[in-house]
Ligand binder design. Structure first.
Ligand code: 0CH
Ligand code: SF4
Length: 324
């Protein structure tokens, strides 16, 4: 059995930034850090942060007044933001800037009273945060998940209409929904393609390449990670036996029978250490060489909020001086 590694895989710029925000906050504040929802949908990352003393909550009401709160990479609604301000919390916003871009678009439509359609998965925190940017009672935001939902929409076609999407959807599935939307509402405005981010796009492209040359694909990612699920789904759609695993522990030896080429990828919230452990485990079971595929090079980096950066610089300088 040979191992082929997808490229790119694993952490995206938004996830790296979210983790950096929490790590810096822990160093700077030396107080309990609360996080609204899982910072990113990965069991390993969440467990590591719990070990460092971070407390995860689903509701702002669970946090004492004047505490420090981090909003997860998936973003929050305007209402959540208001609740946090009311409680006088120090807010560290780890929402990915690419999600914030969608929020701004929805907020703009809302202020202009333009009806907006969001393509996304019901109940996903990013979707809830995006819906929660629309607060104009005279307008409306509609959530759709399928072409069937497009057919069910009863909006007068002459009305001004805008669409946005969740950032971690399937490229091909979303393309079909947008096609149906544009057919039904020829004047609809929206992004040139969709709001699916660069990281989601690149990881899906890499799985398409991987499924052409492997007998099986392991996607490292947690069960509640939308983008990781889309990778596993894509592998299966391409006809490749694909499994979504949290870590090497989930691998069943029976999966590996008659597999000559096994592909490995990881969702945008899955750390590389988990991929390394999978490789080590497969090698113990007799896997030969590991080949890295050539893929799209990613250079995107997102800065952490200024508020943290300036305090961190100050603390780093003081530490340096004290050590001199
Ligand atoms: O893929 P989803 O959105 O479930 O989230 P994740 O697994 O935490 O990955 C990071 C994406 C965060 C928001 O785009
Ligand atoms: Fe941002 Fe995309 Fe990563 Fe989500 S998957 S955090 S939108 S870069």
């Amino acid at each position: 059995m040979n191992i082929i590694l997808a490229n790119p895989r694993g952490f995206c710029a938004g996830v790296k930034r979210a983790i950096l925000i929490v790590e810096n906050a822990l160093k700077i504040y030396k107080r309990t850090i609360y996080i609204k929802h899982e910072l990113v949908h990965n069991q390993y990352v969440v467990n590591q942060l719990c070990r460092k003393g971070v407390i995860f909550v689903e509701e702002i009401s669970q946090i004492p007044d004047y505490s420090i709160i981090v909003f997860s990479a998936h973003g929050v609604s305007k209402q959540v933001q208001k609740e946090a301000i009311k409680k006088k919390l120090t807010i560290l916003n780890a929402t990915c800037p690419l999600v914030t871009k969608v929020h701004k678009e929805v907020s703009k439509s809302s202020s202009m009273g333009i009806k907006t359609i969001l393509i996304g998965h019901k109940g996903h925190p990013e979707v809830e945060g995006t819906i929660g940017q629309y607060d104009n009672k005279n307008g409306k935001i509609y959530l759709i998940q399928s072409i069937e939902d497009v057919n069910q929409l009863s909006i007068k076609s002459h009305q001004k209409l805008n669409f946005v999407t969740q950032t971690t959807l399937s490229i091909s599935y979303t393309k079909n929904i947008i096609y149906a939307l544009k057919k039904k509402f020829p004047n609809i405005s929206g992004p040139i393609k969709e709001d699916i981010c660069y990281a989601t796009t690149n990881r899906q492209k890499a799985v398409n390449q991987l499924s052409k040359i492997t007998d099986m694909i392991l996607v490292v990612g947690s069960k509640n990670s939308s983008n990781s699920n889309r990778l596993a789904e894509l592998g299966r759609e391409n006809g490749t036996f694909t499994k979504l695993i949290d870590s090497f522990i989930d691998i069943k030896k029976k999966w590996l029978k008659n597999i000559n080429y096994i592909g490995i990828t990881a969702g945008a919230s899955a750390p590389e250490i988990l991929v390394t452990e999978v490789i080590q485990y497969l090698k113990k079971l007799g896997a030969n060489q590991t080949i890295e595929m050539i893929g799209t090079k990613e250079t995107t980096v997102f800065k952490i909020p200024k508020q943290l950066l300036s305090i961190k610089k100050f603390l780093d300088k003081t530490e340096k001086k004290n050590n001199e």
